[in-house]
Structure formats: C-alpha cells, structure tokens
Ligand binder design. Structure first.
Ligand SMILES: [Zn+2]
Length: 848
C-alpha cells in the first residue's frame, strides 16, 4: 500500500515528505565541546510512505518519534542520512528527534572558535558554518536548498554568554539550573544552508537603526570578541549604507527583522550570508580607518556589501540545486562592486575591478578552464565552484550584460526576477528570462547561454579592411594550448566600439563581421570602456593609433586593458617579452593607480623570466621607469590627497623598493618600519613588504612581535605574511615552522605557506617543506584552503621542480578542488614554457 519514494538518489531526498517548520532547541556545552538537541519538524506527507529519510551526519540520535509514537531508526553514515521506519498517509505529521553532537575544530557544521582574553585565558565560541551541506552536522534536517522551511530556534546557554541566531531574540526564560533558554523569532521560509547560531563570551555594538523600505527599522549590529568594539565603526557604516542602497536597488524591503554581522576568530571561508546573522573573518569586518590602507578598507567594504547583497539574491530567492551556486556568487560579486562604487565613488571601484577581471582571464585562458555553469549531481561537486571563474568571471559577465543593456534596464530586470520568485527557488535561465521580459529587444538568454555553458572567452582581432573594420573572434588561449575544435567556439559578444568621437554597440555573434567606420583614419577602440570579457588584438597600425600621444585620450580602463592585453599576448606567444618591456616603458607618464597595477603584473612576470646579472639590469630599468612617477608624487602625502593617490604611492614604493631593489627606497622604508606612528598607512604597508624582501633577523623579530601583539587584524596579517618574504633560507625556514606550529590560526597558515612558495629565492625550499608535511597540513587546515596553499607553485619554473610538483600531485590529488589543481598545474607548465621561450632573448636584450 505504500508507493515507492519519488526520485530518491544518494544525493537527493525523496519529495514524499516535505518539511514546513522546524522547532529546534540546542544546548551547547562549550568547555565540553559538545551539544544536545531536540527537534520537532512539521512536515507535509505528499505520498503515502513506509519510511522517512532526512540528513544527519556525525550526530548521535537518542530518540525518535513521529506523531507522538516512538519509531525505529537507522543511521546511514555513507549517505549522511537517518531513516525512520514509519508508515504515513498523505497529510501533516510531526517528526520528533533527540540527539547529541560534537563542537568540532574543522570549522564546519557547529564548531569551536577560540581566542585569548586579556588575562591570556582561552575562551571558546560555538559558531556555525552550514554551507554547503554541513547543517546536517548540527541537527537532523532535509539538507537541500529547495526544501525551504521556517526555523524556530531556541538556544539554552550560560547566562553570561551572548547567543544569537537568524531571528531577533523574542523570549528569554531562566531555567532551574540557572541557564537561559533564549528563543529567536521564527525565520522566513529559507534553506538549511543559511541557518546560523553563535554562542560565546562576545560583545555586540549598540544597534544602528536603518530605515526599512516599508516602514520600521532594521537594527544593525556587529558582534565581536571583547575589546574590539573600537574596530566596528567602519563596518557598521558600510553595512548601514548597503542596507538602504539595496532596498532601493532591488525595490524590495530587507527580508528579515534584524541584521547581525559577527566577527569570528576562526573562519574557513571569508564570510557567510546566513540570513540576518552574517559571519565573517575578523580581518574582513573589523578595521581602523586611521591605520588601515585603502585596499584593506575596500576589502571590508566589498565583503560586507557582498554578504548583504545575498540577503535578497540567494536568501530570499535561492538556487534550486548546487549547480546554481555560481550565479549566487557571481551576482553577489557584481553587486558588491556596484554598491561599493556607490558608497565610495572616489575609490573608482568599477575601474579597479579590472584587476579581478584579469585574475579570471588568467585561469580562463587555460585548456583546463571550465564552463561557468556545469551539472552537479553530488553536492560535493560544487565545492570546485567556489573559484575565480564563479566569482570574478561570473561577476564580469554580469557587468558586461549590464553595460550592454544599460544600468537601469538591468536593474529593472533584477527587481522583476526577485519579485516574481520571492521565497522560491530558481534555475539560471529564470534570471535571463526575467531580464529579457523587461528588455524584450535584447536576446539576453541566447547571449548569456553562450558565455555560461561554453568554457573560455574570445580573442577579438581587429584590422582595417579599406574604410571598414574587420572583426574576427576565436577562443583565446595561452601559448602551447591545444584547444582542438574548441578554438572555433563562437560567443555572442556585446562590443562597445569607438572611432574618433563616435561610440556605438554591436553584437558580434558570428566568427567574423565587418563594421562601417564613421572616421576610418582616426583611432579605433574595440571593447571601449573595457566591460567586455574579451581580449583584443589590434594590428600594429591600429595599435599605433592608440598609443603615444593618443594614450591620454583613453579612459583608465582602456589604458589598463592595453597593458593587460599586451602582457597576455606575451603569455600567449604573440608578443616578445622584449617588446612588452619597451611598450610598458611608453607608459612612464602614467599617473593612474589601476594602470600601474597592470604594469606591475607584467613587470613582475618579466622579472620571473630572469636571473643573475640580467635580472639586475632589468631591475635598473624598473627603477628608471618608476622613479619619475615617484618623484612627481613625493614621499609625503599632500593634506587633501585622495585615497587612490596614497595607494598609488604605496604601489610605486613597492615596485621601486622590492622589484626595483632601489637602495634609497629601502632605506626610507626601513625608517618607516622603525617609527611607523603618524605615517600614512599606505606607506607603512608598502614599507613592511619592501623591508621584508631585504630584511635581517632583527627585522624578522620586529614583524614577529607585531604579529603577536597587533592592535588590528590588518596590522597582524601584514606582519604575518611579510614573514614569508625574507631573503634568507634560515628566516623563511622559521616561517615555515611557524605556520605549522599551532600559533598561526589554521584559517591563515595555508596562505602563509603559499606566500613562502611565492618567495623568489626560496620557493623551492618552501615547496619541499609543504610536500614533506602534506599529510599534516591536510589534517590541520580547512579543506577549501589546501589548493590555495599550493597555488603559488605556478611560479616555480625550474624544470626539476616542475617535474617534482607535477608528479607529486599525480599521486596526491586534492579531490575537493580537482579542477583548480589542474589549472594550477597547467599554469605552472605554461610559465615554465614561457621562461624557456623568452629567457635567452630577454637576457640578451638586458645585456645590450
Ligand atoms: Zn557570496
């Protein structure tokens, strides 16, 4: 009499029993690192069943009842499920479970985070990270994003501890044992991966009251470890701005009753968009504007605006399954830049976004790149989606679409999408259809499908054909890559063209096209404004029209792209590195930060091709190139200077002192490091990097002491990561030991080891160390950080090290990041080939 479950698989629960409302009581024991829980779930039985399946992992179930009657149950660890043997007819039912679990140290599920208080005693926080499928480690649940439900949470805690969850506290009762049962407002229907609870000796700021679009107010707070309240002002300011801005942008009120942002000492990712209870690494939420750099502040602003964007896009409207995670993240990346640009127009956020686009291009030029979206069966398969192609490429594609449609036209499409699908779950195509519905003249779905489902991006070659412009697209790739038939991939490319004083848009949706030019003798700019996710190759004639005196008429992004495209033409084997160097030297008059950042990427790349005397002569040329700009700017910031000018100074000091090995700059940097009080933070940060590259043991001790007693997370990380840059094997060796010694948080240690691998002189030593400690590192560090730790092996290009790295990973795969590992290894081979190809000619040119 019982029907078979509908579409049950190892990864998908049957849709025969659907949760509607969870009532959850959790009682953590912080010193004991454990918790007990009691759960009542109101479910709808859609089809008669003889058992109920839900997810549970690493929990001990101590009792199970359905509709008040005890039922037998079985744990199925392989599929992370619990099976209740009970026959149910269609209609409502109530599932009751009691369970215990462990507060783990793996930074997932419900886990322990620790800090030392003023008296040096360790204090414990219990905090949660559910995405992707770790909610089942905190309580039994239907752990799939489209099984949205209401969560009614109560935490039973020691009275001196702060306890928060997704909803606002609505009730507090003292129990006979003195503990407090703190009940939170039931949530809107939402996915399990957004559930959060945090309990610990923490403090909260006074709430900032942000107006709600439909009346009322949103209390916004930052929760932090005691003593760090003075670092919350900036994050609160950004957060309040973003909450107002998003409500207007989306045209929808903030979807819940309060907003807590929690700064945690231990966090595997950067931050997590739990509805109304957003968790962050401390360095991404807490900062002191007086002592932090623009980059450090922008990072906080980016992450805060990113997470708040998710409250609507992700939390209110959610992907149906994990294949949709890319859109969730790409969209939040796009919005973070848009909102940050509105928050601080002087930071020119859409211009500096070029750097992120470059990062995406780098990976996307490899044979081992992937399509942005791909089918996901097991949830684990989406772990590889949290990468540069999702965030940076996905964000850049949305920017490209927005600029083609127009900002207001795009915004109306987004608002329409969120309104139509409110509280629901969607597939990617639903977004394109919603945007197209309000912009019927543009083939949004056809265009975006060509970018989402095909890997790579086009190289658009431009040449003159009489009075016309001839455009041809083919897939861009690094030298030596064999794309086979994929080289002919055709994208639907929205292009902005400029010729003389005329600008217009075309949709290049075939391999070739010819376009009439209004002023055939004047400069022609393809991808004007730089929003297209394309590389451009001009003929010598067309490029010559854009350089020299014409440079100053180009926008910053256009100049950025000229440099970036040129360096990548070297990587692609279409331009000699010697020609690139001369080309960049034509930018000596450049005074914009973003363009100097592009130049810096190329110059560091060239530096990696050289050794010995040739490298020293290259460093001389770097000094000659940078010195005039530095002299113009001076070492002393002007009174009314804007943030980006200060940041440019820091960038130039880094180029001059570290890459250029300029003795005078190094002397000045040392004086700054010895007496940093009152010095501009941009100079302090740059000086630390410069001094580390030439530092001695005394410098090392100074940075180590700063790491141990830094007043802000930013000061701490600057000092810590600089320990990787020292010039002697002995000091780098100390840093390697430090990374694994337990003193460095496991959230930071993998990045410290990675930075040691990037050390120009001792990368091999660091690689050997990581290789020897592979098992230990994998056991100690969060899973998602392992591939990031070894990412800099791409810079190790000596043939024997290349062989060693490649064969090591053949035997030691990183299953949670298999695709990213492939990309790192391919990039290493590409870099090694580039060096082999260019070194001789470039060295000879340096001698001449
Ligand atoms: Zn996100």
């Amino acid at each position: 009499m019982t029907a078979a479950p509908q579409t049950e698989s190892d990864h998908r629960l049957p849709r025969t029993v659907i949760p509607a409302r969870y009532q959850l009581v959790l009682e953590p024991d912080l010193p004991g690192a454990s918790f007990t829980g009691m759960l009542d779930v109101d479910v709808d039985v859609t089809t008669a069943v003889d058992h109920v399946l839900l997810n549970a992992a690493e929990l001990e179930i101590t009792g199970a009842e359905v509709d008040g009657r005890p039922v037998p149950f079985t744990l199925q660890p392989a599929t992370e499920r619990v099976r209740l043997d009970v026959s149910l007819e269609p209609g409502p039912a109530r599932v009751h479970l009691e369970f215990t679990g462990t507060l783990n140290d793996k930074l997932r599920g419900w886990y322990r985070s620790t800090y030392r208080d003023e008296d040096g005693r360790e204090q414990v926080i219990a905090t949660s990270q559910m995405q992707t499928t770790d909610c089942r480690r905190a309580f039994p649940c239907w752990d799939e994003p489209d099984l949205k439900a209401v969560f009614d949470v109560t935490l039973v805690v020691e009275p001196h501890l702060l306890a928060i969850s997704n909803g606002a506290e609505v009730e507090r009762t003292e129990r006979p044992d003195g503990r407090h049962a703190v009940r939170f407002a039931p949530t809107m229907p939402m996915s399990t991966y957004l559930v959060a609870f945090v309990v610990g000796p923490l403090e909260a700021t006074e709430p900032v009251m942000v107006p709600k679009l439909d009346g009322g107010e949103i209390p916004l707070r930052i929760v932090h470890v005691p003593g760090k309240g003075r670092l919350t002002g900036f994050g609160l300011d950004v957060g309040a701005f973003a909450l107002e801005w998003y409500q207007r942008y989306y045209g929808i009120p903030y979807p819940t009753d309060k907003c807590d942002m929690v700064a945690l000492p231990d966090f595997a990712a950067g931050a997590m968009e739990n509805l109304g209870c957003i968790t962050y690494r401390e360095s991404l939420l807490l900062c002191d504007p007086a002592t932090s750099t623009q980059a450090e502040q922008q990072l906080v602003a980016d992450v805060v605006t990113h997470e708040l964007a998710h409250m609507w896009f992700g939390d209110l409207v959610t992907m149906r399954w994990w294949n949709g995670i890319w859109l969730n993240e790409a969209f939040a990346t796009f919005m973070e830049v848009a909102c940050c640009d509105a928050y601080r127009p002087d930071w020119k956020r859409w211009t500096t976004f070029s750097l992120e686009r470059t990062m995406a291009f780098d990976t996307d030029a490899l044979v081992s790149t992937r399509s942005v979206e791909f089918p996901v069966a097991a949830p684990d398969e989406c772990a590889g989606m949290f990468d540069v192609l999702t965030y940076q490429k996905g964000g850049a594609l949305l920017r490209m679409l927005e600029q083609y449609l127009g900002e207001e036209e795009f915004r109306r499409g987004i608002s329409h999408y969120l309104t139509v699908h409110e509280h629901g779950n969607t597939e990617t195509g639903d977004l394109w259809d919603a945007i197209e519905a309000v912009n019927p003249a543009t083939p949004v779905r056809r265009m975006m499908d060509s970018w989402i489902w095909q890997p790579g991006h086009p190289l658009v070659e431009a040449r003159l054909d009489g009075d016309r412009l001839h455009l041809r697209q083919q897939r861009f790739h690094v030298a030596g890559a064999d794309l086979g038939a994929d080289a002919a991939t055709v994208f639907v490319v929205p292009l902005h063209l400029r010729n003389g004083d005329v600008s217009w848009k075309v949709l290049l949706d075939a391999a070739e096209a010819t376009v009439a030019l209004p002023h055939p003798d004047e400069p022609v700019l393809v991808n004007a404004g730089g929003h297209g996710f394309v590389r451009v190759a001009y003929t010598d004639e067309l490029r010559a029209r854009l350089t020299g005196s014409a440079l100053s008429s180009l926008s910053i992004i256009d100049r950025y792209n000229l440099v970036d495209d040129a360096w990548n033409a070297v990587v692609a084997g279409r331009l000699a590195s010697t020609d690139f160097l001369s080309f960049v030297e034509g930018f000596a008059g450049e005074r914009d930060l973003a363009v100097w950042q592009a130049m810096g990427i190329g110059l560091r790349g060239v530096g990696r091709l050289l050794d010995g005397g040739a490298y020293e002569r290259f460093q001389e040329r770097v000094r000659d190139l940078v010195a005039p700009a530095m002299a113009d700017l001076g070492w002393e910031p002007a009174e009314d200077e804007d943030d980006l000018t200060g940041k440019l100074r820091g960038t130039l000091v880094g180029l001059l002192g570290a890459l250029g090995d300029d003795a005078d700059a190094q002397q000045r940097c040392r004086r700054i490091v010895e007496a940093p009080d009152g010095v501009d933070p941009e100079l302090v940060a740059a000086a630390i990097t410069v001094v580390a590259t030439v530092g001695d043991e005394a410098d090392y001790e100074r940075f180590l002491a700063t790491f141990r007693a830094a007043p802000t997370p930013q000061d701490q990380l600057r000092a810590l990561y600089a320990l990787a840059d020292f010039p002697t094997a002995e000091l780098v060796g100390r840093t390697l030991e430090l990374a694994l010694g337990g003193e460095v948080k496991t959230q930071n240690a993998p990045f410290l080891l990675g930075r040691c691998i990037a050390n120009r002189h001792h990368g091999r030593l660091a690689w050997d160390f990581v290789r020897r400690h592979w098992t230990q590192a994998n056991a100690a560090f969060p899973e998602n950080t392992i591939v990031r730790m070894i990412d800099p092996v791409r810079l190790l290009t000596d043939p024997d090290v290349v062989a060693d790295v490649q064969s090591f990973f053949a035997e030691h795969p990183i299953p949670q990041s298999a695709k990213t590992l492939d990309q790192v290894l391919e990039r290493q081979r590409v870099n090694a080939a580039l060096r082999a190809r260019e070194q001789e000619r470039l060295s000879a040119a340096m001698a001449g």
